[in-house]
Design a protein around this ligand. Structure first.
Ligand code: GLN
Length: 489
């Protein structure tokens, strides 16, 4: 198999054994990016010099027989929402165009420390608002399985780059589905950890009570490997949980022993009329597959699911309007000194501020927080959020993991939903609840439509029970190797 389709864990092993150099891996990926990314649009910035320099360092360390870390020499890429020292960071927005942050996000520092070679920054919806990557202020990103279709969003570049072999693995963020949905639509594994499991320090904020960093990989083991590196308490993020980080890769391996003793919950509210028939068939077949592996399947109820989208779009826009107030054009510019201020003013006069979706959300969020409306909208949404959380608490008294579709449809056509924001919001129905409840969830490939579009299975777990998600996904993947073997065209 060509280097760029090897699992990240395998790439790390080859570097450690000196069978492949970090530099060779970097060049293989940079070459592929140069050949394919002009059309695919997965990257917003490629840091070729930085990647080569780091790869050389790793190779020197390997030659000295130093420990190069669990990701030593592995080329990874980052959603452009993670601040990276001296490397452009835009969050997909013109308003940050040209900014080179003075520090690294905690997750970036941890990746570097584990030996990762960072290839660059990936395309995304502006400020992570979207489900198709079409809200990027810079360029669209295409689905590598069918370039007339979206890769999903908002971490579209994170999913498409990994699917197409333009990075061994990547990081995204998930507020209402932005890791799991693009993973599903692009045929890769994506994990949204428990709220607080991973530090948000240096992650450009969208909705702070929901945002969570998550890994994307072509295999379950790769996602586990990345999560081991980035998870854990961070004194710089007051919401990060001081719990030890398990060896998630052991849970993946444990999947090989089957799923005896495990109870899987199938929520009836997640199989709705109007959902794509091929998606429903693939997800039901996957759940039957879990049964074959020894799990027991039980139907459950999550009765407040129908309010999740409305609840999310109140909470998320309210928090976004507060977080995004800091980009007030004038003050933001002045703090950065005269040159920055002038550049900002220039950008503003060209009309290059926030895009339409970001403006829509700031206005909606400001509206629902207004005195007089606060009780009717924001407080009500917080109450509904509690009910959604309780639905899961009740369910997890009976089952160990909940299995659902990730998205009601496979990847849709570029432009298909851009004229109808509400239709785009409604498509988030299956991914919205887990972050509202703070729970860990992941997307694992579970098949293809007749037209060859990937389909994902969602697994939702108890708080901090990522180990069970990895065990189930590991077992499923091992029993259905085709899910990772079928190369992206
Ligand atoms: N699609 C959802 C939204 O537009 C989720 C985005 C996200 O998780 N960042 O808000």
């Amino acid at each position: 198999m060509s280097l760029h389709y090897l699992p990240a864990a395998r790439q790390a092993e080859l570097v450690r054994r000196r069978e492949v150099s970090a530099r060779e891996l970097a060049e293989a990926h940079l070459g592929r990016i140069a050949a394919l990314d002009g059309d695919l649009g997965t990257y917003l910035h490629v840091d070729a010099d930085g990647a080569r320099a780091r790869a050389n360092e790793i190779d020197r360390a390997v030659a000295r027989r130093d420990d190069v870390g669990s990701l030593g020499g592995v080329p990874v890429a980052l959603k452009d929402i993670f601040v990276t020292r001296a490397v452009p960071t835009t969050a997909g927005s013109r308003i940050l165009d040209g900014w080179r942050p003075p520090y690294d996000a905690t997750v970036v520092a941890r990746l570097r420390q584990a030996g990762a070679v960072i290839l660059g920054k990936l395309n995304m919806d502006e400020f992570a608002m979207g489900s198709s990557n079409e809200n990027s202020a810079f360029r669209p990103c295409k689905n590598p399985w069918d370039r007339a279709r979206v890769p999903g969003g908002s971490s579209g570049g994170s999913a498409a780059s990994v699917a197409a072999g333009l990075a061994a693995a990547s990081l995204g963020t998930d507020t209402g589905g932005s890791v799991r949905q693009p993973a599903s639509l692009s045929g890769v594994v994506g994990v949204k950890p428990t709220y607080g499991r991973v530090s948000r320090y240096g992650v450009i904020a969208f909705a702070s009570s929901l945002d969570q960093v998550g890994p994307l990989g072509r295999t379950v083991e790769d996602a586990a490997l990345l999560l081991e590196v980035i998870a854990g308490h961070d004194p710089l993020d007051a919401t990060s949980i001081p719990a030890i980080v398990p060896r998630y890769r052991d849970d993946v391996a444990r999947g090989a022993d089957g799923l005896g003793g495990l109870v899987v919950g199938l929520p009836r509210e997640y199989f709705v009329p109007g959902m794509d028939a091929e998606v429903e068939r693939a997800v039901r077949a996957a759940v039957a597959g879990l049964e074959t592996l020894g799990a027991r399947v039980r139907e459950i109820a999550l009765p407040h699911t129908e309010y999740a989208v409305a609840c999310y779009y109140l909470v998320a826009t309210a928090e976004a309007s507060s977080n995004l107030a800091r980009y007030d054009g004038v003050r933001y510019g002045l703090r950065r000194g005269d040159a920055g201020a002038l550049a900002d003013m220039y950008a503003e006069t060209r009309g290059a501020g926030f895009g339409a979706e970001v403006k829509r959300r700031i206005m909606l969020g400001t509206y629902v927080l207004r005195s007089g409306y606060y009780d009717a909208y924001y407080r009500k949404a917080q109450q509904v959020r509690t009910l959604i959380k309780r639905d899961f608490e009740r369910a997890f008294a009976e089952v160990d993991v909940v299995a659902t579709p990730v998205s009601p449809t496979p990847a849709f056509r570029l432009g298909e939903k851009t004229g109808d924001p509400l239709a785009m919001y409604l498509a988030d129905i299956f991914t919205i609840s887990a972050p509202l409840a703070g729970l860990p969830a992941m997307s694992v490939p579970c098949g293809f439509t007749a037209a060859g579009l990937p389909i994902g299975l969602q697994l939702i777990g108890r708080t901090l029970d990522e180990p069970t998600l990895f065990r189930v996904a590991g077992a499923y993947e091992a029993a259905n190797e085709w899910t990772t073997r079928r190369p992206c065209p």
